[in-house]
Design a protein around this ligand. Sequence first.
Ligand SMILES: *Cc1c(COP(=O)(O)O)cnc(C)c1O
Length: 453
Amino acid sequence: MTELIEKSKKHLWLPFTQMKDYEQDPLIIESGEGIKVKDIHGKKYYDGFSSVWLNVHGHRKKELDEAIKNQLEKIAHSTLLGMTNVPATELAAKLIELTPENVTRVFYSDSGAEAMEIALKMAFQYWRNIGNPKKQKFISMQNGYHGDTIGAVSIGSIDLFHHVYGALMFDCFNVPYPYVYRSDSGDATVCRDECLQGLEELLMEHHEEIAALSIESMVQGAAGMIVMPEGFLSGVRALCTKYEVLMIVDEVATGFGRTGKMFACEHEQVQPDIMAAGKGITGGYLPIAVTCTTEKVYEAFYDDYENLKTFFHGHSYTGNQLGCAVALENLRLFEAEAIVENVALKAEQLKEMLGELESLPHVGDIRQLGMMCGIELVQDKATKAPYPFEKRIGYHVSLKMRELGMLTRPMGNVIVFMPPLVSTNRELQIMVNIMKEAIEVITKEAALIGEDV
Ligand SMILES: *Cc1c(COP(=O)(O)O)cnc(C)c1O
């Protein structure tokens, strides 16, 4: 075991990880069962962030394991370039049943970032193909996050991740996002209306050069689980329609039941022009993502080959059979086990449990939609003064949680809680208790250190 740890320290480079931190606290997962994972020393942890926002039915779900084994008896992979395969075709049809009404076409890829990259290229080429090549620019939301490839980074705006790559990115119009807790008024309606007004002013002036707007559906995930006020997403939809700008909705984190609807845009009956999804699509098993769109967008690419309207984009593993087979079984389980309905019900109970954190002296804001939750820690609750960056308060709380038997990853000062969708009320309560204890211990320690200085 120590040998394995040495190998990991010597040869691995982990995503979004300062390897100096990893060296101090290495963790190697060996197996999983239900909503827990087990490390190589035999210590078990609640998977409090669904292995980074993916897991639905827990680990080693029998039906999902079987679906992959059964597909393996037939074939593991063949290409989707110019042909298709059985599970990719079945899955596309199933997805179209579940996605908003206007969505009719599925384009596969392997990750959320690619799905967004595809959305951007699709939107850009759409306008060229229909003879409006002036529309080339994009609108993105402040603190948006859509993945880590250069296109996705260009429409993203989380300074900590994105600033370094500034020179590589294409320019976007970046508009304010309604972060109610940190808005001047602190009022959801005022904050929403100001943001919508800002967007409309931009559209009025620039819509002729704008191809599309990108937005995370209902909740900004990586920004710190920021739930948008009611009426914002539908307001954005209305403005996109009015000013003839395609609306790209990123459902990578929020899709597949996470927020208590199959897709979060259903909370506001929003019909996107292009929708990206991934993460929960395979129940957290294999890398499949999709970019779904309407017949109108699709038709703009449909022509004789010589007219050069083809969408020249694809990946080696696009439409992988093993991934599509497990995604199909995942979606069957969604129906058989009423996953979405149960998330909506359990979210009510979870809200009460999270309410227990409210009285803690350094819990500033608790945000939740379905089973997507963020707890923003602040140095001073009255003034909402944030903890300084160097304190790494979220990181230390998460390390404490790990010690107490639960895994999650913070976003700065926001503790992320995204348990697998099948977590029971009892399991949710245990995880909330762990969170509470870790927050109490670490914020108390931080306060003591603060006094010493
Ligand atoms: C995770 C995420 C992505 C990127 O997905 P990957 O599969 O990690 O590339 C894009 N958008 C949102 C909203 C996400 O949460």
